[in-house]
Design a protein around this ligand. Sequence first.
Ligand code: COA
Length: 159
Amino acid sequence: MKITAIYPGSFDPITNGHADLIQRAAALYDRVIVAIAASSRKSPLFSLDERVALAEQVLSGMGNVEVRGFDTLLADYARECDAQVVLRGLRAVSDFEYEFQLAGMNKRLNPDLETIFLTPAEEYTYISSSLVKEVASLGGDISGFVHTKVRAALSDRLG
Ligand code: COA
């Protein structure tokens, strides 16, 4: 049986930590869907279309990876995509409580869905999109944390 994994998140913007996790997932699953949530409550810096376009550019070499935007329930969207697995990254123990709740709720909403956690490579454990945006906005060097296209988009947006 072919297995499709869905990797949801806000990706505002996609970081090297996300890309590392996606690359490893692409080696494990037949198909990986990077599902970018509208996440309007988080007031994203980039629009959904911009986040999708950036992720597509960063992940362009990965044949079995697709990038899609969605603004519905993840449990429903996974069903629509025929995904059997939800992937999430666990960077630290502090991620666990929220992730445990999310996995429980998704299981309740879509009992066919299994949540699988991957840990990031050690050098990416402290990266988050918010921290990258903050460092960029204060003129810090973010070249080790994001793709060059993302760095250019951030510098355009933040001036
Ligand atoms: N490497 C680097 N950073 C990572 C990472 C990784 N591997 N994995 C997560 N992060 C960071 C993100 O950059 C993000 O940082 P930020 O908060 O500073 O922006 C943070 O960890 C958490 O982000 P993310 O994984 O994008 O989760 P989220 O909380 O923004 O989004 C959704 C969670 C999208 C999965 C959830 O809101 C959802 O499913 N929404 C759809 C609607 C729905 O179904 N809701 C009910 C859910 S039960």
